[in-house]
Design a protein around this ligand. Sequence first.
Ligand SMILES: *[C@@H]1O[C@H](CO)[C@@H](O)[C@H](O)[C@H]1NC(C)=O
Ligand SMILES: *[C@@H]1O[C@H](CO)[C@@H](O)[C@H](O)[C@H]1NC(C)=O
Ligand SMILES: *[C@@H]1O[C@H](CO)[C@@H](O)[C@H](O)[C@H]1NC(C)=O
Length: 306
Amino acid sequence: MKMMLSLAWLLIAIAHKAKPFISEHFNECREFFYKGQLPDGFDDIALPHHINHPNLPDGIKERNLASPAYICQQYKNDDRFASLYDRGRRVPLYSAYILDRRSASNCSDRKNTFDVEPQLVDRALNKAMLRESATTREIQIHFKLKNIQEAQERLRTSQAVNADYGIAGFHRGHLNPVCHHEDKDAQDATFTLTNAVPMDSSLNQGQWRIYEKQMIAKARDCNTMYVVTGIVPGNNWIKNDRVNIPSQVWSAYCCVGNNDKPIGSGAGLANNINYSVTELNVTELELQLQRLIQNIPFSIFHNKCS
Ligand SMILES: *[C@@H]1O[C@H](CO)[C@@H](O)[C@H](O)[C@H]1NC(C)=O
Ligand SMILES: *[C@@H]1O[C@H](CO)[C@@H](O)[C@H](O)[C@H]1NC(C)=O
Ligand SMILES: *[C@@H]1O[C@H](CO)[C@@H](O)[C@H](O)[C@H]1NC(C)=O
């Protein structure tokens, strides 16, 4: 009996060691949220997975398709940040991360390839973000598919792919931006499409980038700066129904000093056009989001970071 029990514990321990990448309510990556508390209200606005085919493609199971998906973004064996992924719109509703206050203000994007998330296709697949080509090979092998096109179709069904972007006027805009990180692995980890939304290219290169740089300066006085950056879903889509184009992007930060004591907070909100970023406080941002999204009362930080 004792032996059986310890065997059971061993199995549980092993199961825990294999960290799920798509997790239940970010249980494996709560460290990216202030006081470990998730923003409230956003889970309710995700659209269900929609599939254009009459039936689910072979091998894709309903249980794999819950929306939103809670992605603990894993890269080189580490959790890097968290993204709430809306499967119906094929964009993240937000990414939550810690801004590295050592970040250089002269940083620039160095990379142009974006990974995808194998676990959005099936949880048996790779737990870390992966190049599209490697992912389709994994899909083909896992489902024993005859040709690579079927694997590509399965990937496309589950999420946005690089081919969805490349339309005039829109960039693959990072929610968690490259330049809020200092070491190369942390920067590279941001290059995944589950952290990207169609962002007006002038906004992305212009006012939004300037705002991101200003945040780095604000982080210098914090022990830790917790950031949540997200979107307001829009009415327009890339390629009819493939990827939702946000009508707005927003970002909120919570700056804490010793003992996790809040010492400052703030937010920015921008229309997804070449215009400007409005700075506001966290409460004002929450009210704006409520006005913009189905009158839902949102809460971004524990106790409003105060
Ligand atoms: C950024 O600035 C630092 C120090 O001022 C310098 O060493 C580094 O080369 C610069 N990096 C880039 C990409 O310009
Ligand atoms: C975007 O706005 C900036 C300043 O407001 C302006 O200099 C720039 O030409 C605009 N770019 C486009 C593509 O409209
Ligand atoms: C946020 O702004 C509103 C309106 O300007 C103000 O009433 C409120 O006190 C501000 N809250 C904080 C925490 O600064």
